[in-house]
Design a protein around this ligand. Structure first.
Ligand code: UDP
Length: 437
């Protein structure tokens, strides 16, 4: 029998793998899809098609990243940025366009790996139409996210329904940490199969810049104590907790303390609103003179920032995995993070960093001060952090694990699709155009 072609479609409707990282709504998911895709195509002989939604008419339809890995942009809805909460109604068109692309290019996929709940819906619909296996990564679990939010968006119920159905019916759900698996079991469903495959990071890039050179490049004196935040401006990231923590640090005025906040924002969009809120909080705390907002930085630039920092702080209210954490650790920088989600798994308290209750500025202040006050211990934590990432969290390791999962699924018979239109029936009328298609 001829060998089965190793073709996988990575579906990421709202997270373009080719997009500039650091933009609003561009973050961990974009990186995950791109790096997994490239690593699979490189080491495992997979042909990888990464499907996403076009958000600009001038974007090319196909971007070839490596010989066997490409991004394919489908037209579904207007060719402009649409917030993810408003994308649902365009999903049926996304499904149709994906099938058209497959027909036109004579391409079939034995496995699809969907990312985020919107793409899970696309995958579940495709699974009704084609003989495929579906793997899903949540990236964010609605039931956990909404539990940590003050205002629940109107589309929440739809999302919760889709996420439950996804866990119960797709061929395998990939959780990126044991905590995510636990959350899915506790809050979503006891049915369905879950496998834990952690995210990875680029261990050659992060860790490539020596600390003193990094400080020279950024104009940071060797004796300065540098606290770093990297990530999006989003209330869920808890940057306000960090600002309050630095404001109440006992080391203020004792050492040359500095806070650097790395991340972009866009005029008129929600990340600008959060940036302005954080900026005014910095003023209220009286720490403007020691705080720098750098704007967004690329993955070529970020190793210098991580290496220069004494500590990287990840104060998120909720963090399903948290790539910034492992990027900092790979760079030899200890992390002070919230005791939530993926951070519980990646950060080993007292060995590679410290964990604090989310939103607790006093606990963060104490943890940051402990590390800043003990430079030798700080270096030991940083070295142990780097070692942990090198041995446990590379993209090649994640891709090898995923490849093994895909191959196992491909060798198993297809499961029957039950109650195929259940999701469509449960759609609220405001999503009317979706209907039965
Ligand atoms: N990032 C970046 N430039 C910036 C800010 C962030 O490249 O200025 C990247 C960061 O390096 C990481 C990703 O954005 O790879 C954020 O992923 P994470 O999982 O930490 O958070 P998410 O954005 O998915 O919530």
């Amino acid at each position: 029998m001829a060998a089965m072609p190793r073709r996988v479609a990575l579906i990421s409707v709202h997270g373009d793998p080719d997009v500039e990282i650091g933009k609003e709504e561009a973050g961990g998911q974009n990186i995950y899809v791109r790096r997994v895709g490239e690593a699979l195509a490189e080491q495992e002989g997979w042909q990888v098609d990464m499907f996403t939604r076009r958000v600009n008419p001038s974007q090319p339809e196909i971007v070839q990243h490596t010989p066997n890995c490409r991004t394919i942009r489908l037209t579904a809805g207007p060719a402009k940025f649409v917030p993810r909460d408003e994308i649902f109604e365009y999903l049926p068109q996304f499904v149709r366009e994906l099938q058209t692309f497959q027909r036109k290019h004579g391409r079939s996929h034995r496995v699809i790996h969907t990312n985020y709940w919107l793409s899970s819906w696309v995958g579940m619909r495709l699974r009704e139409l084609q003989p495929i296996k579906q793997v899903h990564t949540y990236h964010s679990v609605g039931a956990v996210k909404f539990a940590a939010m003050d205002v629940i968006p109107p589309a929440a119920h739809m999302r919760l329904d889709v996420e439950k159905r996804c866990l119960e019916t797709v061929d395998r759900v990939v959780a990126t940490s044991p905590q995510e698996q636990q959350d899915l079991r506790d809050l979503v469903s006891s049915q369905g199969e879950i496998e834990i495959i952690p995210c990875g990071t680029d261990i050659e890039n992060f860790g490539s810049v020596p600390r003193l050179r990094a400080r020279e490049e950024l104009g940071i004196a060797p004796e300065t104590r540098l606290v770093l935040y990297v990530g999006r401006f989003d209330p869920r990231k808890g940057i306000d907790t960090l600002v309050r923590a630095v404001g109440r640090s006992k080391l203020r005025g004792v050492v040359d303390l500095r806070l650097m906040i790395v991340g972009g924002y866009h005029a008129g969009e929600s990340d600008e609103k959060e940036y302005l809120r954080i900026k005014s909080m910095v003023q209220r705390m009286g720490i403007e003179d020691i705080t720098t907002f750098t704007g967004s930085r690329t993955h070529e630039e970020l190793p210098t920032y991580y290496a220069a920092a004494d500590v990287c702080v990840v104060p998120s209210h909720y963090e399903p995995f948290g790539l910034v954490t492992i990027e900092a650790m790979a760079s030899g920088t200890p992390v002070v993070g919230s005791d939530v989600g993926g951070l519980k798994f990646t950060v080993v308290p007292e060995q590679t960093g410290l964990l604090c209750p989310p939103r607790n500025a006093e606990a963060f202040a104490q943890a940051i001060d402990r590390i800043l006050a003990h430079p030798t211990w700080r270096n030991e934590l940083g070295q142990a952090a780097r070692n942990r990432i090198v041995s446990e969290f590379s993209w090649n390791g994640a891709a090898a694990h995923l490849s093994d999962l895909y191959l196992r699924l491909m060798s198993e018979p297809l499961a029957p699709v039950e109650h195929p239109l259940h999701i469509c029936h449960s759609m609220p009328t405001s999503w009317g155009s979706v209907g039965h298609f």
